[in-house]
Design a protein around this ligand. Structure first.
Ligand code: MTE
Ligand code: MO
Length: 178
C-alpha cells in the first residue's frame, strides 16, 4: 500500500469515527434513568425499540408515573365529543423520550386490541396528548379511558382530517415502537 493510499484510508477512518461519534451522541444523551416499577395498576406499556424498561414486556406505567412525567392541558373539540373540551395528560413525545424510544412509528393498541400505526412525526410535529382526563374528570374505560390519544385538532387545520381519525385511539393500553 502506498503512503498516499494509506493517508487517504486514514482520513476515511477518521471521518468514520467522527461520524460514529456524532451518531452515538444522541444515544448517550438519551440513556435515561432507570424506570421504577409501577406500584398501582398498569395503564400503559411501552415496548419495542426502547432503551429503558422495568418489566420483561417493556416500560410499564401506572397513572402516577405517567402523570409524574408532567401534565399538559389542551383545549380542543373532537368529532366524538360535544363542544370544546379540556383534556389533560402527558405529551406522547415526553413518554417516548423517557423510555429512549427510537423508531419511525408507533403501533398504538387499545383494550379491544384495535391497533393502528402512528408515524413518529405526529408526536414531534404536534402536541399529541396521552389524555387521562377530560373536563377535569378521570376518563373511565366506559368513557374512552384510561388513556385517549388526543390531537390538538383545533389549533392545526391539517389535523382536521377524517383520514387521521383512526389514530385517535381510545382505551389505549400499549405503544410499540418500531
Ligand atoms: N379503542 C379504539 N379506538 C378507536 C377505534 C377502535 O376500534 N377502538 N377505531 C378508530 C377508527 S378506525 C376511527 S375512524 C375512529 C372511529 O370513530 P367512530 O367509531 O366514531 O367512527 O376511532 C378510532 N379509535
Ligand atoms: Mo376508521
Amino acid at each position: 500500500m502506498s503512503l498516499l493510499m494509506w493517508t487517504s484510508e486514514l482520513k476515511r477512518a477518521r471521518g468514520f469515527f467522527a461520524a460514529a461519534a456524532v451518531l452515538l451522541l444522541p444515544t448517550i444523551v438519551a440513556a435515561a434513568e432507570p424506570l421504577p416499577a409501577p406500584e398501582g395498576p398498569v395503564i400503559l406499556v411501552v415496548s419495542g425499540n426502547i432503551e429503558v424498561t422495568n418489566t420483561d414486556g417493556g416500560a410499564a406505567f401506572d397513572r402516577e408515573m405517567l402523570h409524574g412525567l408532567g401534565l399538559t392541558e389542551i383545549e380542543t373539540s373532537t368529532p366524538w365529543t360535544d363542544g370544546v373540551q379540556v383534556f389533560s395528560g402527558v405529551l406522547a413525545r415526553t413518554v417516548l423520550e423517557r423510555v429512549g424510544a427510537d423508531g419511525a412509528a408507533v403501533m398504538a393498541s387499545a383494550l379491544n386490541d384495535y391497533t393502528v400505526e402512528v408515524p413518529m412525526e405526529d408526536f414531534q410535529n404536534f402536541d399529541v396528548l396521552l389524555a387521562t382526563t377530560m373536563g377535569g374528570e378521570e376518563m373511565k374505560v366506559s368513557d374512552k379511558g384510561p388513556i385517549w390519544i388526543v390531537y390538538p385538532r383545533d389549533n392545526h387545520p391539517e389535523l382536521q382530517d377524517r383520514r387521521l381519525h383512526d389514530r385517535w385511539v381510545w382505551q389505549l393500553k400499549a405503544l410499540r415502537v418500531q
